[in-house]
Design a protein around this ligand. Sequence first.
Ligand code: DLL
Length: 432
Amino acid sequence: MYWNREAECMSRDRMQEVQLRRLRTTVERAFNNVPHYRRVLQSQGMEPGDVRTLDDLAKLPFTVKKDFRDNYPFGLFAVPQNEIVRYHSSSGTTGKPTVVGYTRNDLAMWAELMARSLVSAGTTRNSVVQNAYGYGLFTGGLGVHYGAELVGAAVIPISGGNTQRQVMVMKDFGTDILTCTPSYALFIAEVIEEMGIKKEDLRLKAGIFGAEPWSENMRQQIETRLGITAIDIYGLSEIIGPGVAIECEEKCGLHIFEDHFMPEIINPGTGDVLPYGEKGELVLTTISKEALPIIRYRTRDITTLTVEPCICGRTHVRMDKVTGRSDDMIIIRGVNVFPTQVESILLEIGETEPHYQLVVTRQGSLDMLEIQVEVSERMFSDKIKRLEELEKKIHSQVDSILGISAKIRLVEPKSIPRSEGKAKRVIDKREI
Ligand code: DLL
């Protein structure tokens, strides 16, 4: 099912025409209206006319998170204040938040892309969409909201939290589409089970989960426990919010809405563009946004692109599930570890609960990784020997797959904090 067949299944040739036209307009707008872009382009001896082919994209300078901070709050905007009709912001871990703005046309484009995303996951005008992404400055809530309204579905703007009420509403209103972070979906599944409600008593059909990395094993766990198909949605505030890319029913990569965002993969060390199929950092350029045109934004998200046609008929380039952010990656004694890799190992073993946290400390000059993972009530009251065996098993899998020796700590059921938004997987206590 498509929302906009013409755009989603456009031929590659036509796509390239659209992209080149829009890229040139974007660079011109940025140059003429955003002092930051004029400065960096001029410092490289470039002007908008230098963008003649799509290959010229790679010559343009990168935009990074720091550019948002240095131009806080509105310095990167390309339109006067009175054309802005909405602000959102994302709170970084340090310093000032990133502020983003939208014109009326930007909001219409975003709603269109969210409509494409929702329909790709099976939403129809008859659907009841329970939107448990946070409403507010976070882009998740309102992003999904306007897309779902455009499709003509009935939206429940419940936002995150109050999980028992979520479950009651889900049952009584006949929710068929759930939208929230994958970690919150799992928490909701847990509460459904605790409340003694069977998945057959619900009408849930699909979930559209994103805003944080999650493994394939986590997908299976959510699908089984909620009895749904779980679709991955990707996006980021700096580019638009949710709705940069979405999986189709084939679940073999996320289609990037390339008629609005141009993707590249670079080697994060050198900044060189890598060919399709190679793993690296995703870089995105907006080519239709008015308020905040962004050239070559370094997302820090690690993935791979493929241009192979998809069975679903969509022609847009697909990105692999994001395994993690380069800044979430922890380096333990020289080994790079993403929380999703640990998640995958734990769920593969399957004898623990899917709730875990990585605690990193430093003893002397040595990094130590402790993996805390919950065990079930039944397991916890079992013989110490069985718990020790399980610890050993996890330890040896982590050792052989990731190449690090971690301390495994099996913790009591419900002792790891549940998240209603993005889960906190890593606690880094090292003072570096
Ligand atoms: O998380 C936008 C969003 C809302 C996406 C709802 C999907 C659903 P930010 O708060 O700016 O925006 O965070 C963006 O979250 O750079 C990734 O590191 C991570 N992220 C988002 N979606 C995914 C995903 C929203 N599907 C940052 N898989 C991004 C992995 C994701 N990571």
